[in-house]
Design a protein around this ligand. Structure first.
Ligand SMILES: Cc1ncc(COP(=O)(O)O)c(C=O)c1O
Length: 363
């Protein structure tokens, strides 16, 4: 059957200039053993109890999942000290971010975010008719909160803060966020995307719960894709104040969180599983320190990282470095002519990153 050209279909003009989402490159199948460290995935397979919960749920997949995801939302509500109705689930936190845009942003309304940051942001905003307002990071790869505050206009509806910032690594402190929020009108929603929160040093991690309690315009975004290792099941959520939570419920895809995803997420909250996940987070932090120390000894000056990744601000040479690594068995993520990100993964992959980065400098 040949494809019909369908030339007369009227697509929204906004789609014409939209960048495509570039997923982390898979490893090429050419005989070289490569580590894929291009998507900030967990190097650990799901914890056994989580795996078992997901598999057990398959027995019921001829039924729709619990649309309210009541058990999971009850558990998450308890964890965050909010009502279950304030937990808004969807197919990954990227989908919840899309729900935020759909709930808040009309044609021509503006969404402010740091850049570079999570590459889905401009796509989510642009595809829903909003105007992306990317604000360049500082030289150290940090959010320029001063410039972001100045970028707020009467058309601003949403501000996305990504902490730790993907792909550069620095995080925001509670004081920084509070000072910033003091400059944001309270009708403008500020989403704090903490996809990598668990990899932060717990002693200095953002005091998100207090910030949320103090500000009616703050919404939190969390995912099970990173530390919990459920990227392939697709589940993430927002913690929102009631009015926004209701709006998110109105725009979200019904039954977004599948039964296996709900079951696996719920099992991830079990105390024994959490202990194991905490150990894994500690291991990733130790590996990140080891890698950053080794790279510093080689002479690299990289931004601090609080995520499960490190960032090489190589500018125009980003593509070249990525190819250099690829030929030596490591699949990295290049960001145009800005830089290159490498996920902290299994130890052999981290060793290889150190070797390759050293070889690059000695060429
Ligand atoms: C900052 C940030 N937010 C959200 C996500 C998406 O997470 P999810 O898999 O839950 O959609 C990612 C994934 O890479 C991310 O880096």
């Amino acid at each position: 059957m040949s494809a019909h050209p369908a030339e007369n279909i009227l697509l929204r003009p906004a789609l014409e200039n939209l960048p495509a989402y570039v997923a982390g490159k898979p490893a090429a199948d050419d005989g070289i053993h490569r580590y894929k460290v291009s998507s900030n995935e967990s190097p650990f397979p799901p914890v056994q109890a989580v795996r078992e919960a997901a598999i057990a749920s398959l027995e019921q997949t001829h039924r729709y999942p619990d649309a309210a995801a009541q058990e999971l939302r009850d558990a998450l509500g308890r964890e965050h000290g909010v009502e279950a109705s304030q937990i808004c689930l969807s197919t990954g936190s990227v989908a919840v971010s899309g729900d935020l845009v759909r709930a808040l942003v009309g044609e021509g309304d503006e969404v402010v975010f740091a850049w570079r940051s999570f590459e889905a942001y401009p796509i989510l905003v642009g595809s829903h008719g909003g105007v992306p307002v990317p604000v360049p990071l500082t030289e150290d790869g940090e959010h320029d909160l001063e410039a972001m505050a100045v970028a707020i206009t009467e058309r601003t509806r949403l501000i996305l803060l990504c902490t730790p910032n993907n792909p550069t690594g620095p995080s925001l402190s509670t004081d920084q966020v509070e000072e910033f929020l003091a400059r944001v009108p309270d009708h403008v929603v500020v989403a704090i995307d903490e996809a990598y929160r668990e990899f932060h040093d717990p002693a200095t991690v953002l005091g998100t719960a207090g910030i949320f309690r103090r500000h009616g315009n703050v919404v939190l975004l969390r995912t099970f894709s990173k530390l919990q290792g459920l990227a392939g099941l697709r589940i993430g959520y927002a913690v929102a104040h009631p009015r926004l939570a209701r709006a998110l419920g109105q725009v979200t895809v019904p039954f977004g969180a599948s039964a296996p995803a709900q079951a696996a997420a719920l099992a991830s909250l079990h105390p024994e599983v959490r202990d194991e996940l905490d150990r894994r987070a500690g291991w990733i932090r130790d590996e990140r320190s080891r890698v950053l120390r080794a790279l510093a000894e080689q002479g690299w000056e990289l931004p601090v990282s609080h995520g499960n990744f490190v960032y090489f601000p190589l500018g125009e040479r980003s593509g070249e470095f990525t190819e250099f690594a690829d030929a030596r068995g490591l699949v990295l993520r290049a960001y145009g002519a800005d830089g290159v990100r490498a996920t902290i993964a299994e130890q052999e992959a981290n060793d290889r990153l150190i070797q390759i980065a050293g070889a690059w400098r000695e060429r």
